[in-house]
Design a protein around this ligand. Structure first.
Ligand code: PEP
Ligand code: MN
Length: 338
């Protein structure tokens, strides 16, 4: 942290800032220029910079280290690989496409969708069993039955599965059925849930909250990592802006930003990011071109009659064409489609 003092700061004011920094465990290096004094603070723990900004005589406080220690790229400059068996690796050369319905509705539905996505080379199927719905009157998911049906379909077709956990009491159940535990946008800052997920040894797909900054997303990842679970896959799924045409505004710039800040893989969900089927396809292509490590896409065999998010779910034929185009785009950015 660097503290720039005002031109007219008194010696007394400067000493008070140095005292406070020293008490917080920092080594303070003072440089007295012609114009003003600058204090360089090294070490110490994470502080609220506002506590220093408000001190008399302080002009500006500049943080030079990131508040997250394990999620930062400096911690693992070569990047992190997260594997599901030998076939699926997030963060490597392959882009992992995860696809399936918003929610598991019935055995027939999940089997049909599993067959459709498997046919075009998908290795990880999505499907919600516990759904975070805005209205309590909307379909809430099949619960444990949904997890069972998802697992059954995945096993039959040789797929891995990702599904959303809603609170920490459900974690043991999820460990029995899923390969990747998803934390939804609404739970990105459910710190009790994140702390419990830090104790498991399965990958966590952490979605960016709809009003969360990238730094907040990385700090949530840090919660999971600090307890010992380093298998965190970040997911950009759109943020709330003033634009209402699309369901959310898919922030694809988050991909290169996160690639620079963190070593964790970053995947993109263009389905929730746009909310409309016709917009999912171009944004999925753009995400791969921008360097995403994976995609999470909603596909339904009969979107018109889907119980949840039909409008943003691709028809299997559309999805198949999308996969074809991704196989053309990926090599242009030195990647391939898993
Ligand atoms: C989902 O992926 O099923 C979901 C609910 O997404 P989000 O948390 O991004 O809204
Ligand atoms: Mn959905």
């Amino acid at each position: 942290m660097v503290i720039v003092m005002k031109r007219d700061a008194t010696e007394d004011q400067i000493s008070r800032v140095i005292d406070k920094l020293t008490k917080a465990g920092f080594d303070v290096h003072r440089s007295t220029g012609v114009e003003r004094s600058v204090l360089g603070a090294v070490g110490g723990k994470v502080v609220d910079t506002r506590d220093y900004e408000l001190l008399d005589g302080v002009k500006e406080v500049i943080r030079i280290t990131q508040p997250y220690k394990l999620a930062t790229r400096t911690f693992r400059p070569e990047g992190t690989l997260i594997s599901l068996g030998p076939e699926v690796r997030f963060g490597g050369e392959e882009v992992v496409v995860m696809a399936g319905p918003c929610t598991v509705e019935s055995r027939e539905q999940i089997q049909l969708v599993a067959a459709a996505v498997k046919k075009v080379g998908v290795k990880v199927m999505r499907g919600g069993a516990y759904k975070p719905r805005t209205s309590p009157y909307s379909f809430q998911g099949l619960g444990e039955e949904g997890l069972k049906l998802l697992r059954e379909a995945a096993d039959r077709h040789g797929l891995f599965v990702v599904s959303e956990v809603m609170d920490q009491t459900q974690i043991p159940l999820f460990l029995d059925y899923v390969d990747i535990v998803q934390v939804g946008a609404r739970n990105m800052q459910n710190f009790n849930l994140l702390k419990e997920l830090s104790k498991i040894r399965k990958p966590v797909l952490l979605k960016r909250g709809m009003a969360a900054t990238i730094e907040e997303l990385l700090l949530s990842a840090e919660y999971i990592m600090v307890g010992g679970n380093h298998q965190v896959i970040l997911c950009e799924r759109g943020i709330r802006t003033f634009e209402t045409y699309t369901r959310n505004t898919l922030d694809l710039s988050a991909i290169p930003v996160i690639k620079k800040l963190s070593h964790l893989p970053i995947v993109v969900d263009p389905s929730h990011g746009t909310g409309r089927r016709d917009k999912v396809i171009p944004m999925a292509r753009a995400a791969v071109a921008a360097g995403a490590d994976g995609l999470l896409i909603e596909v339904h065999h009969d979107p018109e009659n889907a119980l949840c998010d039909g409008a943003q779910s691709l028809y299997p034929e559309q999805f198949s064409r999308l996969m074809d185009s991704l196989r053309i785009i990926a090599p242009a950015v030195e990647r391939s489609i898993a």
